[in-house]
Design a protein around this ligand. Structure first.
Ligand SMILES: [Zn+2]
Length: 260
């Protein structure tokens, strides 16, 4: 079993949903692989954090009353339409619960929205797909950087004249992030700056372009095809970070970049 397989099986493994043979294969890989062990620790930590009762969104009294009123009104309309239909007896009883179920669905959906911090909007999903494709392309085509340099004073001016904005190029070497260069890419229907950092042989693509929506400093995360995608909107720039490095370390990088 390789790391990709292990990451796919990991949630099922932790939920005890695998058969003995699969479970043993995951266990064997975890015993040998520090990265996947870390992924396991993170998932376990996340699980216990999500059990924190403080995380539950409690609807306001006003919101609950509004839902209750909707249910009452729907139930009344349901009863009225049932009286008017002569084959009432053929109607399955379960249908009377539909309005209540719909209300419950609204409540759980709102709860789930409050509890997660992932990339929600379809536009964000599209951009996430584009930056992931850009990341993979840059590795496959051996075209990681257009300007190979660890010196921010070389990389930052290189973008001048190629873009209509000047991306911040922070030196994060003291925090263990080696700048290896910059590249132009094309995402979300515009040319964008890409800074490439490295840590322990993992390449990290940082996509940057001007942010025209309101600032939202919350870091959103998603994992796709074995890669981590992190995103936030700074006051001036929007950021997308993609790598196969583990999420915990990428969060460190995101926080460091956000501070610049
Ligand atoms: Zn592994």
């Amino acid at each position: 079993m390789n790391c990709d397989d292990s990451r796919i099986y990991l949630p099922a493994y932790l939920d005890d949903e695998l058969d003995v043979a699969e479970s043993l294969r995951v266990q064997k890989h975890l015993a040998e692989c520090a990265d996947c062990q870390r992924a396991q620790d993170e998932q376990l930590a996340l699980r216990s954090a999500l059990r924190d009762p403080d995380l539950r969104a409690r609807p306001s009294a006003e919101f609950s009353e509004r839902i209750a009123a909707l249910v009452r009104r729907a139930a009344k309309e349901e009863a009225r339409s049932q009286r008017s239909v002569w084959f009432e007896s053929l109607r399955p009883r379960a249908f009377r619960w539909v309005p209540a179920m719909a209300a419950l669905l609204i409540v759980t959906t709102v709860g789930a929205y409050l509890a997660t911090n992932s990339l929600r909007s379809s536009h964000q999903q599209l951009v996430a797909g584009a930056v992931l494709a850009g990341h993979i392309r840059s590795l496959q085509a051996n075209h990681l950087v257009d300007v190979p340099s660890s010196d921010r004073h070389t990389v930052k001016p290189w973008f001048q004249g190629k873009l209509d904005f000047s991306p911040p190029v922070p030196d994060l070497s003291e925090l263990g992030w080696t700048l290896i260069g910059g590249r132009l890419d094309y995402v979300d229907a515009r040319p964008v700056a890409v800074l490439v950092y490295q840590r322990r042989m993992h390449d990290i693509n940082v996509f940057i372009w001007p942010n025209h929506s309101s600032a939202d400093f919350a870091i959103r995360q998603e994992d796709a095809q074995g890669y981590q995608i992190l995103h936030w909107n700074g006051a001036a720039m929007t950021y997308w970070v993609v790598s196969d490095l583990n999420r915990a370390e990428l969060l460190e990088l995101a926080r460091a970049l956000r501070g610049h």
